[in-house]
Design a protein around this ligand. Structure first.
Ligand SMILES: NCCC[C@H](NC(=O)CCC(=O)O)C(=O)O
Length: 447
């Protein structure tokens, strides 16, 4: 691998006053189901055909959002996409009104309707890549929509994601939203991105993790060229950008995104020993660029890649509480794995920077290959920029109550794969999403 593109840490402080990190979770939509659409995503393949519980899933996600607010963090929300999505099926030659299009697709090519049905927009770590102001040439927060072009069902999302991000972050004094890079260059957004910095409000090192496709192997969903393109248009200082290759072992073990084997927060990198193809060069480059970097690493002989992928240990949110304590927000599956939990307790008991373990229940999402970190998009902003975000995308307890009421009333309790051909389900998904948009003050044409 060519030496990573990062130079000396210039120590240029981009401090702009206190910055906060807002997590924008994707609300799990009413069409959530296990369709087995993601080759290379072990959970998706394992649970294909299982009965999904959209209502329970959305309530689990909301409970995580409430927990984060209770911990003192700011919380935002991105909306479920229009699913099943008739315009995409029309582009594939199905005619008539929406229900005629769904019926024809179900009759002629049910796999296409399954793709058009997916609630995969819940995993907003894949919505785009976010470079906070201290890192960018123009000092604004830059967001690049991800094309998600490697997987058919995820490629549908980019257009609707762009509409939501352009609405939420429309104030161009503080934000720049970029459309997706050309679909030929796979880009999966923030799941393959990490920011290391002394503090949120200081200029950081931005790490883009990509994969190399190998014949016969699982797809490498992030292309190096896409990562480099995003860094270029965000106006990042090339001496503070690192393009790192994900290890083939991790991709082969089912870590289809970097955030299944690594996560960063401020000056801490929490990763599996086998996350990166050229581990030594990557860590050397990071230490050179980021004095004060602390790496908390799971040794392969202690935690195997298979365990990391099964428990999503590294798909935890790593956050700094207002108290300054650093906390891992872990999926419940880690607590069910004694060898993983024991290692985590040692990490917290030790002298390292991680002080606390928080466990959240996101089993419905986990069964389709998305953990706590997949469900959120991190946006670090200063107070002035935070005030410029469309408030309809920001959560407080009352808004959570409103969303919960709509979910409890309208989200299907269960979806069996064969239900996808049922017109009543198509209608219920449409009515549920419309009820949510109404409750949150969005008009249908806006998002
Ligand atoms: N960041 C986590 C993303 C998980 C997502 N799973 C899915 O799309 C599964 C959908 C299904 O199989 O029904 C993916 O693989 O992109």
């Amino acid at each position: 691998m060519e030496p990573p593109a990062v130079g000396r840490w210039t120590g240029q402080m981009g401090a702009r006053g206190t910055m906060v990190e807002i997590n924008f979770d994707g609300l799990i939509g009413p069409s959530h189901n296990y369709a087995g659409l993601s080759f290379g995503n072990v959970a998706s393949a394992t649970n294909a055909g299982a009965v999904a519980a959209p209502r329970a899933a959305a309530l689990q996600g909301l409970a995580k959002m409430r927990r984060m607010m209770a911990l003192g963090l700011r919380q935002g929300l991105l909306l479920p996409h229009d699913r099943p999505h008739a315009p995409w099926l029309r582009a594939l030659g199905f005619d008539g009104d929406d229900e005629a299009v769904f019926a024809a697709a179900w009759r002629e090519e049910p796999a296409l309707l399954r793709n058009a049905f997916s609630a995969s927009a819940m995993w907003t770590a894949n919505a785009g890549t976010v470079s906070p102001g201290p890192d960018t040439a123009d000092g604004r927060c830059h967001l690049s929509v991800a094309n998600l072009s490697t997987m058919l069902h995820r490629g549908i999302e980019a257009q609707e994601t762009a509409r939501q991000l352009r609405l939420a972050f429309r104030n161009e004094r503080f934000f720049a939203v970029h459309d997706a890079v050309p679909a030929g260059l796979g880009d999966e957004g923030a799941a393959n991105f990490m920011r290391l910095c002394p503090r949120h409000d200081a200029a950081g090192v931005e790490v883009f993790v990509y994969g190399e496709r190998h014949e016969g192997g699982f797809p490498a969903r992030q292309s190096r060229a896409a990562s480099a393109a995003v860094a270029r248009r965000h106006g990042l200082d090339p001496t503070r950008v690192l393009l790192a290759r994900q290890s083939e072992a991790a991709i082969a073990a089912g870590a289809f995104h970097n955030d299944v084997v690594a996560v960063a927060n401020e000056h801490v990198l929490f990763a599996h020993e086998q996350a990166f193809e050229d581990r030594g060069a990557v860590l050397d480059a990071l230490h050179a660029a980021m004095p004060g970097l602390i790496v908390v690493e799971a040794p392969a002989n202690r935690i195997g890649l298979e365990q990391a992928v099964r428990t999503y240990l590294f798909n935890s949110q790593l956050i700094t509480l207002p108290s300054g304590e650093m906390t891992l927000v872990l999926p419940a599956e880690t607590r069910d794995a004694p060898e993983v939990w024991r290692w985590l307790e040692e990490v917290v008991a030790g002298p390292g920077p991680i002080d606390r373990l928080e466990v959240v229940e996101v089993r419905e999402s986990m069964r389709n290959g998305g953990g706590p970190a997949c469900l959120r998009l991190r946006v670090a902003v200063d107070e002035a920029a935070a005030a410029a975000i469309d408030p309809r995308f920001l959560l407080d307890e009352r808004v959570c109550d409103d969303v919960e009421a709509v979910v409890a009333r309208h989200w299907p309790e269960a979806i069996h794969p064969d239900d996808l051909g049922d017109p009543d389900l198509w209608r219920q998904c449409r009515v549920a999403r419309t009820a949510l948009l109404d409750r949150l003050g969005f008009s249908a044409g806006e998002v």
